[in-house]
Design a protein around this ligand. Structure first.
Ligand code: C5P
Length: 396
């Protein structure tokens, strides 16, 4: 797994830094090209020469020294198959979470498209501090993998959470992530996102509360696992993910046309969009004036995209429910001929529309139901893609 892989090993200034030398050595022995980047404080604890000797490659200690060594400021970011930060201090984690790029390590992480693993090491109180917890949650939500920390004796003499995990555990995480980062490689995945808008007149529409976050997280996660992704999105304020073909639509009918076109060559369709069920029967050409105290808007059904678009691809649907979650989702799975349905209870405060987190139950064709705890939408996306990748081995 590691042979010929390019690993950026970021080393920050925790006393556990000496263990990173062992990690650099083991990765090199396994055939990886290990490019070590040290923060300024890491160089106070271990000499760069240690890493240079173990990896037989240049060690970067600052942007300027990298420049002098002929290494461009994003070269390491571009060429990495994976970035591992071990040990990661509370300070480095905070800088990464804030998107700071004032040294070679943080700049590389900000610029890379490669998966990133973080192995924190710090005093228990720093780790338990809500600020650090928030920073880690933020990174996790961006798709970073956090390994550890472990419990045990700390440099201060106290015992608690905060020790760097065993090197073997970091290597396991690297191998698992590398495997995952390619498990959808060559697969074409179509993801829909956002809530459709059905115009009433030039100024108004019928809409819903979908933010697009779940669909965008799915598109980003699928891209990071090697898939060729088309994201068909109803209006959303989220920034367009890089490396994904984005198709913008407004109405259910437009979404249907875009989906029908995109699925022709797709291996999977994941419909995370909240598609309107009804649209105004006719669209007024001019803005409707207020006249009588009451007005009636006549609505007709929109096309049911999932049911109507057919082909030999894996079909995943979502079911936003406010009651009888599993039973209703199961019904939709059958009705719409799905391989998997992801049901979420929209009455839970931290789940569903607009939230960064989601609490879902995944139900497959065989009737297996798996309830996941509350997690970030990115993590939910990964779990859904684990299922899709598994089905890809035995396509429907
Ligand atoms: O609206 P409903 O609960 O039936 O949505 C379940 C699934 O069907 C979702 O994945 C949604 O994107 C999809 N859907 C669709 N076309 C519609 C309505 C919903 O494809 N008109």
């Amino acid at each position: 797994m590691l042979n010929d892989k390019t690993v950026v090993l970021g080393v920050s200034g925790s006393i556990a830094v000496y263990k990173a030398a062992d990690l650099a050595s083991k990765l090199t022995q396994a055939g990886a090209k290990v490019n070590v980047i040290m923060t300024e404080s890491a160089t106070r604890l271990v000499a760069p020469l240690t890493f240079h000797s173990l990896t037989d490659r240049p060690v970067v200690t600052s942007m300027w020294q990298a420049r002098e060594a002929g290494i461009g400021h994003i070269t390491l970011a571009d060429t990495a198959d994976i970035v591992v930060i071990a040990p990661a201090t509370a300070n480095t984690i905070a800088r990464l979470a804030a998107g700071i790029a004032d040294d070679m390590l943080t700049a590389t992480v900000l610029a890379t498209r490669a998966p990133v693993i973080i192995a924190p090491a710090m005093h228990t109180n720093m780790f338990r501090n809500q600020i650090t917890q928030d920073n880690l949650a933020r990174l996790r939500a961006r798709g970073f993998t956090i390994v550890g920390p472990a419990r045990g004796r700390l440099a201060s003499g106290a015992t608690g959470e905060g020790r760097l995990v065993e090197i073997g555990e970091i290597i396991d995480a690297i191998e698992k992530t590398l495997q995952k980062s390619a498990d959808l490689s060559g697969k074409r995945i179509v993801v829909t996102a956002g809530g459709t808008q059905e115009p009433i007149d030039p100024a108004r529409h019928i809409g819903n509360r979908s933010s697009g976050k779940m669909g965008f997280a799915l598109a980003e996660a699928a891209r990071d696992r090697g898939a060729e992704v088309t994201l068909i999105t109803a209006p959303s304020h989220l920034p367009e993910p890089g490396g994904v073909a984005v198709v913008r639509v407004t109405t259910a009918a437009e979404m249907k046309a875009a989906v029908a076109k995109a699925v022709k060559q797709a291996d999977a369709l994941i419909m995370a969009a909240a598609v309107a069920d009804y649209q105004p029967k006719s669209r007024a050409q001019a803005k409707i004036k207020k006249q009588s105290p009451e007005m009636t808007l006549e609505l007709v059904r929109t096309p049911d995209i999932l049911s109507e678009v057919t082909g030999s691809f894996i079909k995943v649907g979502f079911a936003a429910e406010s009651e009888d979650l599993v039973a209703n989702a199961q019904k939709k799975l059958k009705q719409k001929g799905l391989d998997l349905i992801v049901a979420n209870d929209i009455t839970e405060p931290e789940s569903g529309f607009g939230a960064d987190t989601n609490k879902v139950t995944m139900i497959d064709k065989e009737g297996n139901a798996e309830s996941l705890p509350l997690m970030s939408k990115r993590e939910v996306a990964e779990r859904i893609l684990d299922k899709v990748a598994g089905m890809g081995e035995n396509p429907p």
